[in-house]
Design a binder for this molecule. Sequence first.
Ligand code: PEP
Ligand code: MN
Length: 358
Amino acid sequence: MVINMAAGASEAELQHVIERVKECGFTPHVTRGSERAIVAAVGSGGSRAALEALRAAPGVEDVVPIAHPFKLVSRQTHTGRTQVDVGGVIIGGAEAVVIAGPCSVESREQLFATARGVKAAGASLLRGGAYKPRTSPYDFQGLGVEALKLLREAREETGLPVVTEVMSTNDIPLISEYADMLQVGARNMQNYDLLRQLAKSEKPVLLKRGPSATIKEWLLAAEYLLAGGNANVVLCERGIKTFETEMLRNTLDLAAVALARELSHLPVIADPSHGTGRRDVIAPASRAALAIGADGLMIEVHPCPERALSDGAQSLKLQEFANLMDGLRTPIRSVAGVGNPDAPVKGQRLNGDSVYSV
Ligand code: PEP
Ligand code: MN
């Protein structure tokens, strides 16, 4: 249930409601908005009837059931949109952010050439895999701690906060020493042990959608993180399995970006690199993702994709990435028959609520 406090309810009235929620057998999660507070009462086994009776408590405007199974992730239990701070870069704010870098960290030369290139082109965060979830056990598995050290050095030089994947609960403490944001890869979206441990972490989490996960399953995976105490979660749509084969890997489900932002207060970014598997459509798919409301993009970049140890076919060369960034700065095309003196200015999102600059 959600207890919506009235605008202007006092702190004492709010505290009273929090205490009553506990007495009714639920865990209170409080969000304080600029005008009003919301108390989400979550858990099982408590008395719903007793909660409903809180309608009569002073300072309470309404008590309503939470419509979705993903309760804390739902927009219903939160005032406004969540902004996630990753080493000083805000994801979910007015500006869309671009996370760029190699699929895997392969060498000092490869990482630094990429980090310098993406920084010069305007990326806000650096990505790079140290521990890689490879489909074949015979493929390159990542440089491990050596890659983490290189990522930290690259952050020191470029100032770009680092995002890298964590596959195992054992690796969380080590990776947390080096990275600013921990990525849960698509294959691990439903690794509930990993999610439970990351829920206890201080680090922001980038939660990729599983290749065969429904939107509800994805948001429920995020619920594990929020319910366990980590509210710094960014969702990432990275393509799903369909019958399509011309898209070399997955089918980027762009409408899911819009729907996830509708259902949830968490920021949602898109990964057209894994979402398509082919570099020729990454730039248009990126523009489409921002037009539909994505809070950012994750793009794989490599100085020499033909030599990449993983995901070369979908990695952009440095110049291609710079061109993509330039393309994001140009206005979206106008519509025939629509006279638009108020046409979107450079970088304005079509949903009108904010402006991106990259
Ligand atoms: C990656 O980011 O390199 C990766 C392995 O992504 P995903 O989990 O989406 O396949
Ligand atoms: Mn990859």
